[in-house]
Write a protein that binds this ligand. Structure first.
Ligand SMILES: *Cc1c(COP(=O)(O)O)cnc(C)c1O
Length: 814
């Protein structure tokens, strides 16, 4: 990229001056940041241009997702190009501090949480492995809201991440696509064939903005994240209207169109169900497939699509992009003149689908009336898919009404998107072993009988280069000193760390690194929120979206219990403890917002109680996002993964903590099961109901929270404190939480798991006193975390789902 520091400096200065004719003296930090980004982007374009011809065209993989939570790119790309030191020194000779420039970058909040972050990790691993794998999504003008906490309440602030521009993106107006909504369908017979004409539609222009994706040590593969923006087809505004004097009409048309890519829906694991959301889904699907087909026809001389599914894979991240299925059918039939059967074969073989949740409230369904009016041709195709599927099924399962009903796409006035996804794609995968088993045996058991061959598991993974190599440089250096650098490319190499299990000097260094990362987090929190953290205390961390099934409430009850104990018996607390929370609540989710309020109230209560405030501290870190995550995971001692068993499909936060040496305190849920398998019971701290037990209670009943309440005075005390004057002046504030437990039968088994949770926590508390033992467990966790690299996940997708080739890493033979 740059042969040396001086050639970098030269190139950088040229870029800076080219920018707006500004001299280094006049340039703002933003100018300096953007010049660096543009310089890197230019270099990447050159790489791409130089290598275009040397690359044999492999299979093209497109990852369709409504969310990409990519985080800041600059630091990661400097690490990936292995030029961070060179750039840092070069800039410093120009009196520029690289860290100041890194601060300038916006963290694009184009996702809610785990699902969007997974998509971003996959983009990195595809580029790393040399897969031509591209992302397709929406360029939301406003990402997920920024969270402020005011007096314990979450306040949502608009995330205007584009306000200064986003120098990584490239607008490609010549690659725009027209997307059609509404209108009516006219049919006509031509040559004995029915042809469909879409008339009186409203057209929206989809304009792509491309963000380059480049991974570690593989500059040949610079992939694309293509994000679409909605614009009017007729230039800036409808001049005809405007000239007629219809000013409002002209401008309101423009804003109606642009609203499609205006904002990300802030609901995680629950449905938004709004017309605008359906528009967004079709918009990104139609734009994405439109441009894929166009470039396919350009590349393949005959321009025919008969071989499409051999050269192209389209993967859909949850059901949100499932309209890919009828849309590809529409293109093949209406635009390419193909017959239904061939079009169906190509469609099914092109598409694959990942399910992310078994929570019924998160299963997407759309009212038939809405789909019909917004997408008339797409609706007709869905209807025909449903009709043919049912016909086929009736032949095979004549007598089983139940199977037919459970697998219908259209029923009760709705289009059931998961059913469409399973019927219309060649592969259906869950995201952890347990989750996939639940899909097969429970949620989609009827589909599993019909399409057993489609179901498979792909346990999630994380980009270990972002969350370990780049986010935790101190640990990375220690690892590299110990086992050499190959782990950066092959995370499986981390297993070699086992040789240091009994090396007390290495274990001590590991502890020092952890301590320094805690100091680093403490500095950040102090600067941003003015709160002092004690890095000598144990950091017990739960950061993730706030949701009832994730059970932040269980964690809070635990802290209330420790507090109650400490008042009764001041000796009950061994060492001092910091409980760190972070995460956003959906703006309309009253329960989740009340949990945030409760965390705040408990934090205040403890802070103001001199009997305990030296030993206990509760902190809520504002605005949990990827940038914050990169400071938090490396600083944790305990990773709280305490969802109700069966509810968290996989989790990925659990993997990031593990890889950074935190010990897992968790239930047998999602990928926690696989973490536990990897490190064993001595090195992970598992408690509570199993998924099987939870599912049994759900099927047969038999759980009564009042039994737990009456059986244990500790439980009783904490629960009563929610509805008493324990929290000053909180009145009825926490009633919704109390009621969820005691009136609405504790759907998430918080009280059932309370005692085993406390017991396991106390075990960890004692263990922390034995630092050597703790450090050894921490080491084992890091050593076994390699299987949770998304490189492993993507190799599995490539082998079994996409059938695409990837590069292998040349290891020096030892
Ligand atoms: C990893 C990650 C998540 C997912 O965390 P879980 O603990 O798996 O729910 C959510 N948000 C951000 C910013 C993340 O980095």
């Amino acid at each position: 990229m740059f042969s040396d520091k001086d050639s970098f400096k030269q190139a950088y200065l040229t870029k800076l001056i080219e920018g707006d004719g500004i001299t280094p003296e006049d340039a703002s930090l933003w100018d300096k940041f953007s010049a660096l980004v543009i310089l890197l982007k230019d270099q990447m374009s050159q790489y791409r241009a130089n290598n275009r011809n040397s690359m044999s065209p492999g299979k093209q993989v497109y990852y369709f997702s409504m969310e990409f939570l990519i985080g800041k790119l600059l630091h990661n790309y400097l690490v990936n190009f292995q030029i961070e030191d060179l750039v840092r020194e070069g800039l410093s000779e120009l009196n520029i501090n690289l860290d100041d420039l890194l601060e300038q970058e916006a963290d694009p909040g184009l996702g809610n949480g785990g699902l969007g972050r997974l998509a971003a990790c996959f983009l990195d691993s595809m580029a790393f492995l040399g897969i031509e794998g591209h992302g397709n999504g929406i360029r939301y003008e406003y990402g997920l809201f920024e969270q402020k906490i005011v007096g314990g309440n979450q306040v949502e602030v608009a995330d205007s991440w584009l306000k200064n521009g986003y120098p990584w993106e490239m607008r490609k107006p010549n690659k725009a696509i027209i997307v059609k909504f509404k209108g009516n369908i006219r049919t006509a017979q031509t040559n004995g064939r029915i042809t469909f004409y879409h008339e009186n539609y409203e057209s929206v222009l989809a304009v792509p903005y491309d963000v380059p994706i480049v991974s570690y040590n593989n500059p040949l593969y610079i992939n694309n994240l293509r994000l679409w923006r909605a614009e009017t087809t007729c230039g800036e505004l409808d001049l005809a209207c405007f000239n007629r004097g219809e000013f409002n009409r002209a401008t309101s048309y423009k804003s109606e169109v642009e609203s499609i890519s205006y904002i990300l829906y802030p609901d995680d694991s629950s449905r938004a169900g709004r017309e605008l959301r359906l528009k967004q889904e079709y918009f990104s699907v139609a734009a994405g497939l439109g441009s894929i087909v166009r470039s396919y026809k350009k590349k393949n001389e005959l321009g025919s699509l008969h071989d499409f599914s051999r050269r192209v894979s389209v993967h859909i991240n949850d059901t949100h992009p499932v309209l890919c299925i009828p849309e590809l059918m529409r293109i093949l039939i209406d635009e390419e003149g193909m017959g239904w059967d061939e079009a169906w074969n190509i469609t099914v073989n092109t598409l694959s689908f990942t399910n992310h949740t078994i929570m019924p409230e998160a299963m997407e369904k759309w009212s038939i009336d809405l789909v019909k009016s917004l997408l008339p041709r797409i609706y007709l195709i869905i209807e025909e898919i449903d009709r043919r599927f049912k016909e086929d099924l009736t032949r095979r399962f004549l007598d089983d009404e139940e199977v037919i009903r459970n697998t219908q796409i259209l029923k009760d006035g709705y289009v059931w998107m998961a059913n469409l996804a399973i019927i219309g794609s060649s592969s259906v995968n869950g995201v952890a072993k347990l989750h996939t088993e639940i899909l097969k045996k429970e949620v989609f058991k009827d589909f599993y009988r019909i399409f057993g061959y489609k179901f498979n598991n792909k346990t999630n993974g994380i980009n270990h280069r972002r969350f370990l190599l780049a986010a935790n440089p101190k640990l990375s250096n220690l690892i590299t000193e110990g086992i050499g650098p190959i782990w950066k490319e092959d995370a499986g190499e981390l297993k070699k760390l086992h040789v240091f299990k009994d090396d007390s000097s290495f274990l001590e260094q590991l502890a020092i690194v952890k301590y320094e990362n805690k100091c680093r987090l403490a500095e950040k929190v102090k600067a941003k929120q003015g709160i002092i953290l004690d890095p000598l205390s144990i950091f017990d961390v739960q950061v993730k979206r706030i949701h009832a099934y994730k059970r932040q409430l269980l964690n809070v009850l635990k802290i209330m219990h420790l507090y109650n104990q400490a008042l009764k018996d001041p000796g009950s607390l061994t060492g001092s403890q910091t409980f760190i929370f972070g995460g956003k609540a959906a703006p309309g989710y009253h329960y989740a917002k009340t949990v945030i309020k409760l965390i705040h109230a408990l934090s205040q209560k403890i802070e103001h109680d001199p009997q305990v405030n030296q030993k206990l501290k509760v902190v809520f870190i504002e605005n949990f996002n990827v940038t914050q995550a990169e400071f938090i995971y490396p600083a944790a001692n305990i990773s709280e993964q305490i969802s109700t068993a069966s509810k968290e499909a996989s989790g990925t936060g659990n993997m990031k903590f593990m890889m950074n040496g935190a010990l897992t305190l968790g239930t047998l849920d999602g990928a926690n099961v696989e973490i536990n398998d990897a490190v064993g019971d001595d090195n992970s701290f598992i408690f509570g109901l199993t998924a099987e037990q939870v599912l049994n209670f759900n099927r047969h009943g038999g759980y009564t929270p009042w039994d737990e309440y009456h059986a244990n005075s500790d439980v009783q005390k904490c629960v009563d404190q929610l509805s008493s004057e324990f929290f000053d002046n909180m009145g009825e504030e926490f009633r919704v939480l109390y009621d969820s437990l005691m009136i609405y039968n504790d759907e998430f088994f918080v009280l059932k798991d309370f005692c085993p949770y406390i017991q396991m926590y106390e075990k960890l508390q004692k263990l922390y006193l034995n630092q050597e033992k703790w450090n050894r467990i921490s080491l084992v966790n890091i050593a076994e975390s390699g299987i949770f690299s998304s490189d492993r996940t993507i190799r599995e997708y490539a082998d079994r789902i996409w059938k695409s080739k990837y590069r292998t890493i040349n290891k020096p033979t030892s």
